[in-house]
Design a protein around this ligand. Structure first.
Ligand SMILES: Cc1cc2nc3c(=O)[nH]c(=O)nc-3n(C[C@H](O)[C@H](O)[C@H](O)COP(=O)(O)O)c2cc1C
Length: 191
């Protein structure tokens, strides 16, 4: 019986996105550990830039419903200007404590260059503000264009690292974190 649901959110809208390829690999590994998986492809959702005066336009309710249903979430982002992408930021702004508090989150970043770490660090800060439980283990795909071909990884070690992320979010999906993060307690506008 499946008792763990893992939702992946892909922060790249690009058709040939390496983030999406890597996210699929992580979700396949989660499925191998017995989880039900759901890949939220932001290309298929109507999510205008977040406006607090209109906080449920388009497909926002669908996004939050799918993230709320997760026991664990994998966030995959392309590295844009040293950080994570604006589509992912918009998606996260539609979410809040209802979607993320106490939830296990795994992070995955993909970069054209050789240093995707800042995107991971920035996402980690955001998820702490939402009181998520972010895995210490994280996965990065540097020099992305040379790491995949025809939608598949060409680098076995890197593929293993990405797959490990999917495995570990299932392993820790039902953890009960305590106490709240300091950042989340100061995050008064965050619900
Ligand atoms: C607007 C923009 C900014 C980018 N900034 C960086 C960057 O700061 N560092 C980097 O290594 N790659 C950067 N890249 C390259 C992307 O990280 C790379 O193309 C990656 O594969 C995109 O992810 P995707 O394949 O999932 O779309 C940038 C690409 C775009 C479109």
């Amino acid at each position: 019986m499946v008792d763990t649901t893992v939702v992946g959110v892909c922060g790249s809208l690009r058709d040939a996105s390496v983030s999406r390829i890597a996210l699929r690999r992580a979700l396949d590994a989660a499925a191998d550990r017995g989880a039900e998986t759901d890949l939220v492809d932001l290309r298929n959702l109507d999510l205008p830039l977040y406006d607090p005066d209109h906080d449920e336009p388009g497909d926002a309710a669908e996004l939050t419903r799918r993230v709320r249903a997760a026991d664990a979430v994998v966030l995959a982002t392309p590295m844009y200007h040293g950080s994570y992408s604006s589509p992912l930021k918009t998606a996260l702004d539609y979410c809040g404590f209802d979607e993320f508090e106490g939830k296990t989150v795994g992070l995955l970043a993909v970069a054209g260059g050789s240093f995707p770490i800042t995107a991971l660090e920035h996402l980690r800060s955001v998820l702490r503000a939402l009181d998520a439980w972010v895995l210490p283990y994280q996965a990065a795909v540097p020099n992305a264009s040379s790491r995949v071909s025809n939608g598949e990884f060409t680098d076995e070690k890197l593929e293993d690292r990405v797959a490990q992320l999917g495995d570990r979010v299932v392993q820790y999906a039902n953890i009960e974190p305590d106490p709240h993060s300091f950042e989340s307690e100061q995050n008064v506008g965050g619900d």
